[in-house]
Design a protein around this ligand. Structure first.
Ligand code: ATP
Ligand code: MG
Length: 444
């Protein structure tokens, strides 16, 4: 993409409404534009990141055996009357009437809708287990929308719903979600810690929230330092294997890790003092096993082999996709701007032409651009006539991990420079005919 032809509305000034780094940087780098409180348009750069995160989530859900669908944003209120949640949801739910006077709502979540889909088709134990998921916009009329996309009113969420014949199989679905979520966060380059969550009237141990540590997080967190050393790494997961998943989940849920909602001071103080950590965190996901709560009230039942009819065991599992964009920036930025992890960066690399009017610099920049594109890289070419300083500062701001610098001096010596955004390190690369050295460096 030639920057002169792109739509990248970079702001020079710090927007006064932004209280935290991610909000400020998303506005400044032209990723989003607020349309009304807590509701945003996603501009090209922001959309690219959102889609990268979405794709990683989809890949990991499919790897875990979960099936993508797409449910609507608008739902009929009748379904929520059946589950008896229509009144409970209160003012957070945006309700309106259609032209026939039917009460409709903009979905804050999809348990009712998915249960209705399920009960319409699945009636036998033979068709279970199944997990259906989708990634769709949600609306919650939050009292205090703030921090940009972190607490929006309209936000993008992955929500998955598991349907199982019995509790054992439902807990296996829970474990699949726990592990596929951990893998997802690791691929995003984020450390997200599973913390025991409140299960409300349903009770039991089966809800965890995933928290990314950040000073600007809205949740107070308490944990045993041991848990932050755990990772899945490269290990291959066999999602069909009950005991294998159980042992991984056991490893991740044994050390103490809770938010203020579930914090237990007595338990916390049993951890050796040097290992006790208190801080702030951003909730980027939550998983929940709730048994027959919705299947019972909505009559979603299946026939067993022995002829008995029982309500389905269910769970729901969410990831805050748009909130993750903010969380990623909170975890990856410096004074100059964003520092994208390679897996979600809007571009693989940017070519910065230091002398736009120079014939040779132009020719070489274009050649590099075409070669990299032909090799499958998604490259931004900063071909603006701006000053070198302006180019450097805006490219540092948008945070693409590798900057390929083409300047008259280097070019005359047959050299290119790569600057790594994360540590500011610069290396020289020979300007060979096939650019193989550059291509190899970008593959790293
Ligand atoms: P919170 O406690 O932050 O209000 P929640 O527990 O009500 O969130 P869930 O119903 O668990 O949210 O939704 C799943 C995920 O969706 C959350 O873990 C979070 O990452 C994301 N999410 C929830 N509310 C918002 C919001 N207003 N803006 C952006 N993301 C949100
Ligand atoms: Mg939650």
């Amino acid at each position: 993409m030639y920057l002169s032809k792109y739509f990248l509305p970079i702001l020079k000034e710090n927007p006064s409404e932004a209280q935290i780094a991610s909000h400020r940087l998303m506005l400044r780098s032209g990723m989003i534009k607020q349309s009304s409180a807590g509701i945003y348009s996603w501009l090209p750069l922001g959309l690219k990141v959102l889609k990268k995160i979405e794709n990683i989530i989809i890949e990991e859900q499919i790897a875990a055996g979960h099936i993508p669908i797409l449910m609507p944003t608008i739902q009929p209120a009748e379904l929520w009357k059946e589950s008896k949640r229509l009144d409970d949801y209160g003012k957070e739910m945006l309700r309106f009437e259609d032209r026939h006077g039917r009460l409709m709502l903009y979905g804050p979540t999809n348990e009712e809708l998915v249960t209705d889909i399920f009960r319409s088709y699945i009636t036998s134990y033979k068709d279970l287990p199944k997990t259906l998921f989708h990634i769709q916009w949600k609306f919650r009329d939050e009292v205090r929308p703030r921090f940009g996309v972190m607490r929006g009113r309209e936000f993008f969420m992955k929500d998955g719903y598991s349907f199982d014949v019995d509790k054992r199989s439902a807990i296996h679905a829970y474990n699949r979600h726990m592990i596929s979520y951990l893998r997802t966060y690791e691929r995003l380059g984020l450390k997200a810690i599973p913390m025991k969550a409140d299960t409300g009237p349903i009770g039991g141990d089966y809800s965890h929230e995933f928290l990314v540590l950040a000073n600007t997080g809205e949740s107070q967190v308490f944990y045993d330092k041991e848990i932050s050393n755990l990772s899945l790494g490269e290990q291959k997961i066999d999602y069909e294997n009950y005991s294998n998943l159980e042992s991984i989940v056991h490893k991740f849920t044994t050390p103490y890790a809770r938010t203020d909602e579930t914090h237990d001071i007595d338990l916390f103080e049993k951890i050796p003092e040097a290992r006790r950590v208190e801080g702030r965190g951003i909730e980027v996901g939550q998983i929940f096993y709730f048994g027959t709560k919705y299947s019972e009230s909505m009559g979603a039942k299946i026939d067993l082999a022995n002829g008995k009819r029982i309500p389905i065991e269910m769970g729901s599992h969410g990831i805050g996709v748009s909130r993750l964009v903010g969380a990623l920036i909170e975890a990856n930025h410096d004074e100059q701007g964003i520092i994208w992890p390679a897996s979600v960066s809007p571009f693989d690399a940017v070519i910065i032409n230091l002398k736009q009017n120079d014939h040779l610099c132009n020719e070489i920049s274009i050649k590099i651009y075409n070669m990299l594109k032909a090799n499958g890289f998604d490259v931004l070419y900063d071909d603006r006539l701006d000053s070198v300083g302006a180019k450097f500062s805006s490219m540092d701001l948008i945070g693409i991990p590798k900057q390929i610098i083409v300047g008259p001096r280097g070019v005359s010596e047959g050299l290119l420079e790569i600057k790594f955004r994360n540590n500011g390190q610069r290396i020289n690369i020979p300007l060979s005919n096939n650019l193989i050295e550059l291509i190899n460096e970008l593959k790293k």
